[in-house]
Design a protein around this ligand. Structure first.
Ligand code: KG4
Ligand code: ZN
Length: 332
């Protein structure tokens, strides 16, 4: 079955054609980073307008790259939430119109389920059950995934998401937006033990990153000399290590405690090179198999939405033209 996926929940307009829920024939992503960069974060109104400009060319490109036309597509999967409602509505309305015109079904997909489903586009697919750490700009959640659509929440952040912690630190240090990518790059030249940052909520299944953010602010304010370019790699390497330590430590501990032998790590932050390295190292040490999609499938894309939608369509799910976008959509 060929499914067209459409994603517009945040600042990426994306479309993809996926075959049988396992092979991406195309994966087109139009990023708005340049537009929002100068504001230091996403401006929702601008995001919606940019999605409107990009959605048709991006969708057409996805069909062209896959070498197919709308007549070959058997269903459309579109992100319904969670995300920015104005942005979501652009993708959702487009999907509805295209499905109506082509006389094919469409389904609304949960963006987080999409992030988890991305792993099925890789050559190394996990068996169920597995635990999944979803780490993105809005999420830091650990789930027990017993099947497609069968999720139990095991732990979550009580305040900021890990991606937010990266983005806010980059803003405090004037490193630009989005912060995760810049910090990942600069941290490679720094010493992760140079500055001591807190590891919050030891012993709990939940995460907290707001104290870490405050610790960085206090560190910046408390320095005798202003931060120079040479200090930045050590600071961000130490800050990144504090985030990575808790993400890896808690996820593997929870997974071991419930005797699950495999973990999927996904979402934008899962493209972080240090996080990937630490998960593989410690997973091997603990005998837990680690599954992480390649970076391009960790950050927002539409191929992951098509995979999740393919499973819903195969189960007979159909949504109506009255389906609305939702800013919040808890998984369990
Ligand atoms: O999944 P995603 O693309 O969008 C959301 O659903 O939120 O995740 C975006 C988040 C941003 O906070 C960004 O800074 C972070 O993922 N991110 C990274 C890296 N690449 C993206 N964080 C750390 N290291 C990276 N290499
Ligand atoms: Zn995402």
């Amino acid at each position: 079955m060929l499914v067209l996926g459409i994603e517009s929940s945040c600042d990426e307009t994306a479309a993809s054609v996926v075959s049988d829920g396992t092979e991406a024939l195309s994966n087109v992503i139009a990023s708005q980073i340049d537009v929002h960069g100068k504001y230091g974060g996403i401006v929702p109104e601008i995001a919606s307008r940019k999605h409107m400009e990009a959605i048709i060319p991006v969708t057409q490109q996805a069909l062209d790259d896959a070498g197919v036309s709308m007549g070959d597509i058997e269903g459309i999967a579109v992100t319904r939430g969670p995300g920015l409602v104005g942005s979501l509505l652009v993708g959702l309305s487009t999907a509805k119109a295209m499905a109506f015109a082509a006389g094919i079904p469409f389904v609304g997909v949960n963006h987080i389920v999409g992030h988890i489903a991305a792993i099925f586009l890789t050559g190394k697919r996990p068996d169920f059950p597995f635990t999944a750490l979803v780490v993105s700009g809005g999420h830091t959640h650990i789930y027990l995934v017993s099947g497609f659509g069968d999720f139990t929440i095991l732990g979550q952040t009580r305040d900021d998401a890990a991606g937010e912690a990266f983005d806010k630190a980059a803003r405090m240090l004037n490193l630009g937006y989005p912060g995760g990518v810049v910090i990942d790059r600069l941290a490679k030249e720094g010493n992760p033990a140079a500055v001591t940052f807190p590891r919050a909520m030891k012993g709990s299944v939940d995460f907290s990153f707001s104290g870490l953010k405050t610790a960085l602010l206090n560190y910046i304010k408390g320095r005798k000399e202003p931060i120079s370019k040479d200090n930045v790699p050590d600071i961000v390497a130490s800050y990144q290590e504090a985030i990575v330590d808790v993400l890896v430590g808690k996820t593997l501990k929870i997974t071991e405690d419930i005797s699950i032998p495999r973990v999927v790590v996904c979402g934008g932050v899962a493209s972080n090179s240090r996080l990937r390295e630490r998960f593989f190292e410690e997973g091997e040490r603990m005998g837990i198999e680690i599954f992480i999609p390649p970076p391009v499938l960790c950050t927002d894309n539409a191929a992951m939405i098509a995979v999740a939608g393919n499973s819903l369509l195969c189960d007979g799910r159909r949504d109506g033209l009255d389906l609305n976008a939702v800013s919040r959509w808890p998984l369990d």
